[in-house]
Design a protein around this ligand. Structure first.
Ligand SMILES: C[S@@+](CC[C@H](N)C(=O)[O-])C[C@H]1O[C@@H](n2cnc3c(N)ncnc32)[C@H](O)[C@@H]1O
Length: 398
């Protein structure tokens, strides 16, 4: 049967119209669903953070009412609150912008921390004794201290065994989350957006990223979730912390962990596309800070990216002076007073890097810098590329 051409056109046009209506409807529903999910995330995430912060803030307020001590400067309290709120807002905005996955908002290992809590409480009297006695040399007797630089051989934050035992490594993550009222991992993941902007969707698996002073691996674990195809390397002076890192990173496919000193990185010049480091520099004396920066510069390829996160400094965060001063006074952090007066960005520039940004995040700051294209590391410092893959950490150098 012959059809009239106009009937034929109508017959084909109708399904097209249906299809585009269906597509538009589908897109509209997807958009509404995404917006609903975004709003639920915002409420759920803030509820989670409040549930962590309020009991801690209450405990701290009761403790300082009992013990006494200097009342905080009201302007500094307001600044601290504003920065806390800004950090949470930034975290959510980063997820909305696709800079890291939403699953990172909910990755605090509550069950692991609950299991650690009894050990933490049992350990507490020893910490308080150390604080009262100002005893910062209370280190394990069975460790060969001569293998570590003098600045490292101490009880940072009065913690038991310094960085030199499995017990210390097991307690560390919980202790830091308690100290920062549930924002330690949030601050750590602020190194990810600059990396995401450079590696894009992370589809390339030939990009090498080194996290210097990776500790128990919480930054690397978050980077791996955001960019599962990166080739990850972690270095830390504490073999005990690397033991925990190995467990934290157990499901990460491509990661190498090396026990060594960041002042002499055991990698070939220009080997890495990205170098990150979180909360290391405030624990180093100034010459060591400079040496580590020089090494970071050396192991980056020309054009490579450096992202450092560490404590805020007075230069950009003068409004937090009260809290930065209190941290130095209350915790054993012998290099912190000098650190807050130092300038990480200027030091990175002195090491030959081009600083691209400096951003405060709550009580921390993130410095983003690039190794200038055409720049070369000192050839005399060429070392073998670390070929050790997961589970083959080396003992520290003597
Ligand atoms: C405050 S912790 C930070 C660890 C981790 N980046 C984090 O975010 O939890 C400092 C870390 O630096 C490591 N460290 C200190 N001096 C070092 C050095 N010279 N070379 C390598 N690691 C060092 C310590 O062992 C410890 O794991």
């Amino acid at each position: 049967m012959q059809r009239n051409p106009s009937t034929r056109a109508a017959a084909t046009a109708m399904p097209d119209a249906d299809a585009s209506l269906w597509t538009a409807l589908h897109a509209g529903v997807a958009q509404v669903a995404a917006e609903v999910r975004r709003r639920i995330d915002h409420v759920a995430y803030r509820a989670q953070q409040t549930a962590i912060r309020v009991p801690l803030a209450t405990t701290r307020a009761v403790a300082s009412a009992l013990v006494g001590g200097e009342s905080p400067d009201p302007a500094a309290v307001v600044a601290l609150r504003e920065r806390y709120e800004a950090l949470l807002a930034r975290d959510l905005a980063n997820v909305d912008a696709g800079l890291y996955p939403r699953s990172l908002l909910y990755q605090i290992p509550f069950a692991r921390y609950a299991r650690t809590l009894p050990t933490f409480l049992v350990d507490l009297p020893g910490v308080l004794r150390r604080v009262r006695a100002r005893d910062h040399d209370d280190l394990p007797g069975d460790v060969d201290l001569g293998r570590y630089p003098p600045y490292f051989r101490r009880n940072f934050h009065w913690q038991s065994d310094g960085y030199l035992s499995c017990r210390s490594a097991e307690l560390y993550d919980l202790t830091v989350e308690l100290l920062f009222a549930g924002t330690a991992d949030v601050m750590r993941r602020q190194v990810i957006p600059p990396v995401s902007r450079v590696v894009g969707d992370g589809a390339r698996s030939d990009v090498r990223l080194l996290d210097v002073a990776c500790g128990t691996g919480r930054t690397l674990a978050q980077i791996a979730r955001a960019h599962p195809r990166l080739r990850l390397y972690g270095l830390d002076l504490s073999p005990y912390y690397l033991q925990v890192a190995r467990r934290v990173l157990a499901d990460v496919a491509d990661v190498s962990l090396v026990a060594d000193n960041a002042e002499r990185l055991p990698f070939r010049s220009g080997y890495f596309d990205v170098v990150t480091s979180v909360f290391l520099f405030h624990e180093l004396p100034r010459p060591a800070r400079r040496a580590v920066l020089a090494e970071m510069h050396r192991v980056l390829r020309p054009g490579g990216l450096l992202v450092i996160e560490d404590s805020a400094q007075l230069g950009e965060s003068g409004e937090l002076a009260f809290f930065l001063g209190r941290f130095a006074a209350e915790f054993h952090e012998p290099f912190y007073r000098d650190y807050v007066r130092d300038d990480l960005a200027a030091a990175a520039a002195d090491a030959g890097l081009r600083v691209e940004s400096v951003e405060p995040h709550f009580v921390s700051k993130v410095v983003v810098a690039r190794k200038l294209a055409g720049a070369r590391g000192p050839t005399s410092m060429h070392r073998g590329v670390a070929s050790r893959r997961r589970g083959h950490a080396r003992p520290p150098r003597s």
